[in-house]
Design a protein around this ligand. Structure first.
Ligand SMILES: N[C@@H](CCC(=O)N[C@@H](CS)C(=O)NCC(=O)O)C(=O)O
Length: 214
């Protein structure tokens, strides 16, 4: 199994975390020519990372990758057995990709372009609203969908610490909704999660330092 991605990429970290939680051996490579390049678009036409190559089967889109891994490998599944619980996990995973992650990604412009930082209060309010909504939907136990990690946790485990890191660097610390605090503590104490996220954390720190932030 090859995972194509970059250390700083949040969606690469999402898939890396699933691979680590599942115990699936993989080798990580950078996309040939870089993401968005013509060379990479010959392999993944949309030019995005991550993608996997499983013995010649190439697949992009993180959620499709995670679902493929569920069907291809049965050990240490990240989906519950019960249909309603499975649906709840998938719903949370989509909330991440469609609603929460874009609000975190919107902060990237403020890191890259200091002249944009006047937008911080507005962008932070939009993110706070999404987190409050997430806290209404998810009842951490301590993972987002119950006592064990599921597909629902993979994206949020990257994106919410990233939001905390970016807002801290921009001088406007994130206030976690209280019901998400046990989830945050569970991830911090989860060795596989920490191992999977460490390349991404280091790359994020490097990115922020290069932008003159800490
Ligand atoms: N929906 C895609 C999103 C992946 C994504 O946005 N990846 C970023 C890096 S974290 C990327 O490739 N950006 C380049 C682009 O969108 O052209 C997925 O889940 O894999």
């Amino acid at each position: 199994m090859i995972l194509y991605g970059l250390p700083v990429s949040t969606y690469t970290a999402k898939v890396r975390l699933a691979l680590c939680w599942r115990g699936i051996a993989f080798e990580e490579r950078e996309p040939p020519g870089g993401y968005r390049s013509e060379a990479w678009r010959q392999i993944v036409p949309m030019g995005t990372i991550p993608a996997i190559d499983d013995q010649g089967f190439v697949l992009a889109e993180s959620e499709a990758i995670l679902e493929y891994l569920e069907e291809r490998y049965t050990e240490r599944s990240l989906l519950p057995q019960d249909p309603q619980q499975r649906a709840q996990v998938r719903m949370l995973a989509r909330l991440h990709d469609l609603h929460v992650e874009p609000k975190v990604r919107a902060l990237f412009a403020l890191i890259r372009q200091p002249q944009e930082r006047g937008q911080l209060p507005e962008l932070k309010a939009a993110l706070d609203d999404k987190l409050a909504r997430l806290a209404q939907v998810a009842r951490p136990g301590p993972y987002l969908a119950g006592p064990r990690a599921t597909l629902a946790d993979c994206g949020f485990a990257v994106t919410l610490p990233l939001a905390e890191r970016l807002l801290g660097a921009l001088g406007s610390p994130l206030q976690w909704p209280p019901s998400l605090e046990p989830w945050q503590s569970a991830l911090t104490a989860d060795p596989l999660a920490q191992q999977a996220l460490s390349p991404w954390r280091a790359a994020t720190d490097t990115w922020l330092r290069a932008a003159g932030l800490n």
